[in-house]
Design a protein around this ligand. Structure first.
Ligand SMILES: Cc1ncc(COP(=O)(O)O)c(C=O)c1O
Length: 471
């Protein structure tokens, strides 16, 4: 039996070794590595329900579901068991001319939930790959039906659609794109639905007419299609609720008008639901929440609650039809797309949604989540609280009356230098982001209830109150 001092030495050595190896060998995604020259890399070692624990034993509430992923929360034995069972039975087989049971069963289940005739499921490994796949399908489809010029894509300003070159080209964040230019040509941006910062005159005389703003924002898609020439535009990529910029829900009537425009000019409506599908908004798909019919849905993340990586593009029968004919093929695929273990986990995940009433839990509690977060509006630094379901953005402002936002130095000092770290230290993992205006993003696991919302609010209140004094 080792002595206590020996155990302490071992733990410290483990900690030091882990830190050294993380700093020397691991390349983190979207991370400023220089920060870790004189700080520890946070190392998360386990999760249970809505909570995460790091290598120092610090426990935090997972206010972001990992990265909009962990719908059912952490530490579920049933999902782990589904993965193990599938790996033992058939660990790998590609979906190239052959099928396997978990992919077939998950495709059937996903199609049964998807709106309208979205009955064809093409599996990928990630959201970016789902977006790539959707754009390639749109281009290829129009070539097969005698409209070969239709290839361009319209998307919204500040929207994030992924990092592969096509998905990044569709992304509306210049700061993420410029260092990789030239990207895939032929993508064009229209305004997003940020009502809080609606351009003067677009939301009625008092700036609060959401319906008028929605009509204006949707009409900008028509303007873009006409500017480019309808014969050249293949698709519009829109999230049900746009994440980047801090949760922009669609104003009333927005998607009805977008659908009308897409029908008029024969442009495909792609609903990018990499975040919004699988319960995030209290419905299986975001399109259901707002009552519109897309031609394609792209999804990933919550399809497995993160117990294995998986994405999918779900297309209408109309789009599949030319590729289902004798001798035809959609010449596209990924070795690991629809991996047996991932699809088995996805299937078990969606069964749990049904057995445990996960969507019902979100719908029963979403009003409480909103009301709890809205309490924060009494803080001078909180300008806007917006979102739907279990998906919210809190916009921070320098001056509430004028909606003045932080400058670069203030964003660095307050958002990254203080708020991000302090939230974690006080027990909340979430994301402070300034890809648009500075926001805190919240997206807790769908198993959460009022006690978690109260905890989130208390930690945010404590940290944002202190942040106010730094302005
Ligand atoms: C709307 C949207 N599309 C695409 C992606 C890219 O997904 P992934 O990171 O799985 O490639 C994301 C990622 O957050 C997303 O939010």
């Amino acid at each position: 039996m080792p002595s206590w001092s020996a155990i302490v030495t071992m733990v410290v050595m483990d900690h030091d070794h882990l830190q050294r190896a993380a700093k020397d060998h691991l390349w983190l995604h979207f991370s400023r590595h220089g920060h870790y020259d004189d700080h520890d890399v946070p190392v998360i070692v386990r999760g249970e329900g809505a909570y995460l624990e790091d290598s120092t034993g610090h426990r935090v509430l997972d206010g972001l579901a990992g990265l909009f992923v962990s719908q059912l929360g952490h530490g579920r034995r049933d999902l782990a068991a589904a993965a193990a069972k599938q790996a033992e039975t058939l660990a790998f087989m590609p979906l190239w001319s052959y099928a396997h049971e978990p992919a077939i069963e998950l495709a059937e289940k996903v199609a049964s939930y998807a709106p309208g005739d979205l009955d064809r499921v093409f599996f990928t490994n990630s959201g970016s790959e789902a977006v790539e796949t959707a754009w390639k399908l749109a281009k290829n489809y129009y070539k097969t039906v005698g409209k070969p010029m239709k290839h361009k894509v319209i998307s919204r300003s500040i929207a994030y659609h992924g990092t592969t070159q096509g998905a990044l080209s569709i992304t509306g964040l210049p700061g993420l794109k410029q260092q990789f230019e030239p990207l895939v040509p032929s993508t064009f941006r229209v305004p997003n639905t940020n009502l809080y910062r609606a351009p003067a005159g677009t939301a009625g005389p008092d700036g609060a007419d959401a319906k008028a703003f929605g009509r204006w924002a949707a009409d900008q898609i028509e303007v873009a299609i006409l500017n480019e020439g309808p014969d050249t535009v293949a698709a519009v990529f829109l999230e049900p609720v746009q994440n980047a910029g801090g949760c922009f829900p669609p104003p009333p009537g927005y998607f009805d008008r977008v659908r009308e425009i897409c029908d008029e000019y024969d442009v495909l409506l792609v609903s990018d639901e990499v975040i919004c599908a699988f319960g995030r908004l209290g419905t299986m798909f975001g399109a259901d929440r707002f009552g519109y019919q897309p031609d394609i849905i792209t999804c990933a993340k919550g399809i497995t609650s993160g117990y294995a990586p998986l994405g999918a593009m779900i297309a209408s029968e109309r789009l599949f039809e030319p590729f289902g004919r004798e001798g035809a093929m959609f010449a596209h695929g990924y070795t690991f797309g629809g991996h047996p273990v991932s699809t088995a986990v996805g299937l078990r995940n969606l069964q749990v949604f049904e057995e445990e009433g996960v969507l019902e839990n979100v719908r029963a509690n979403e009003a409480g989540f909103r009301a709890t977060l809205e309490r924060l509006l009494d803080l001078p630094i909180v300008g806007d609280v917006r979102g739907e379901g279990y998906f919210y953005g809190i916009e921070l402002v320098k001056d509430k009356a004028t909606k003045e936002t932080f400058d670069h130095e203030e964003s660095e000092r307050i958002l990254y230098g203080f708020v991000s770290k302090r939230l974690y230290d006080e027990g909340l993992y979430c994301r402070a982001d300034d890809r648009g205006d500075p926001v805190i993003q919240l997206s807790p696991p769908l198993i959460c209830g009022q006690e978690h919302f109260d905890e989130i609010e208390q930690i945010l209140r404590s940290v944002l109150d202190k942040a106010s004094s730094l302005i």
